[in-house]
Design a protein around this ligand. Structure first.
Ligand code: RIB
Ligand code: CA
Length: 316
């Protein structure tokens, strides 16, 4: 029988409703070994995202270490929590149990540095938030860049509109200087942006099929109902479903064949009057061997069946 290989990953999160689904997916995936979770500001302030992350791990009976990270973007003030999509508590105002443990004493950047130097070329980092923690790591020690096996980034919009501005996706918009530094670092990157995450869809019917005996079911049902209603309120084209951005990035880290990629140079605009946060994908000269892997197509049925299986949603 073929041996299934296990991929070592670190998750960087701003938990967040779709982050919570991504954590559940990753921590229940037998083929993923989650070495640690780093947190940052984004959907909520960093204390809230750290608390939510710990609460989700508790519900999964996981003791994976959680490291508190960035409080604000590299060069700008933080523009505040995304309460209209994630509620005031980051989890759609659902009831969230108090965490059973605090975060680790080590700061996120120190943890990343320690793991990457101990396990060179062995760790994939899956970023589901602003790229501030990774940029701060590169500023702290640029020599760690070649030690990262791959970054799978939920962020950006290549050839589709943004979700914060006409051209900017939230994780890039939220710290564009950090994002550009990371995209320019030479680290192998797969960009899982809105081109594909808007095809990764969770419906009301899916939510009804979530196994209610699971310890996280009630919290995630309430949180996701809030998220679904927010998308339905703001997007006439998203009636009955919401994009599950972050779980798709975890799934791509687990199985890159879920998406079709093209390798292009990518820069992040951070000085534009109307275009700050845009991922500028240069497709003019065709694919470049050392370009960023930009995900442009998704095997949505394969992803969804895997997502349902991992998180405890019965097949449709
Ligand atoms: O644009 C979607 C991304 O922004 C997701 O990671 C979501 O959780 C927010 O961080
Ligand atoms: Ca997120």
């Amino acid at each position: 029988m073929a041996k299934t290989s296990v991929r070592r990953i670190i998750l960087d999160v701003d938990t967040g409703i779709d982050d919570a689904w991504a954590l559940i997916y990753a921590l229940r995936a037998p083929t993923l070994d989650v070495l640690g979770i780093t947190t940052g500001f984004g959907n909520a302030d960093v204390d809230t995202t750290t608390r939510n992350t710990l609460a989700v791990t508790d519900l999964l009976q996981s003791r994976v270490p959680v490291y508190r990270g960035a409080v604000k973007p590299l060069c700008r003030p933080w523009d505040g929590p995304v309460t209209s999509y994630h509620g005031v508590n980051g989890l759609g105002n659902a009831s969230v149990p108090d965490p059973l443990r605090p975060p680790e004493n080590t700061e996120a950047v120190d943890f990343l540095h320690q793991v990457l130097t101990a396990l060179p070329h062995e760790v994939t980092i899956v970023t589901l938030a602003r790229l501030t923690n990774i940029a701060r790591l590169l500023l702290y020690d640029p020599h760690v860049a070649p030690l990262i096996s791959r970054l799978v980034i939920m962020g950006g919009a290549a050839f589709v509109p943004g979700n914060v501005t006409p051209v900017a996706e939230a994780n890039i918009w939220g710290d564009p200087e950090a994002a550009d530094l990371v995209f320019q670092s030479g680290i192998p990157i797969t960009m899982v942006g809105l081109d594909v995450t808007h095809r990764a869809r969770l419906t009301w019917d899916d939510l009804d099929r979530l196994d209610s005996s699971l310890p996280y079911a009630a919290m995630m049902r309430d949180a996701t109902a809030f998220y679904l209603k927010a998308y339905e309120r703001d997007h006439p084209e998203m009636q009955g479903w919401c994009p599950i951005h972050d779980p798709l990035a975890v799934a791509v880290a687990e199985d890159p064949s879920l998406v079709a990629v093209r390798r292009y140079p990518v820069r992040v605009e951070h000085a534009g009057r109307w275009t700050t946060g845009m991922t500028v994908v240069d497709a003019r000269m065709g694919e470049q061997p050392h370009g960023i892997e930009v995900a442009l197509d998704l095997n949505a049925p394969a992803f969804l069946h895997r997502f349902w299986d991992r998180v405890g949603i019965a097949p449709a």
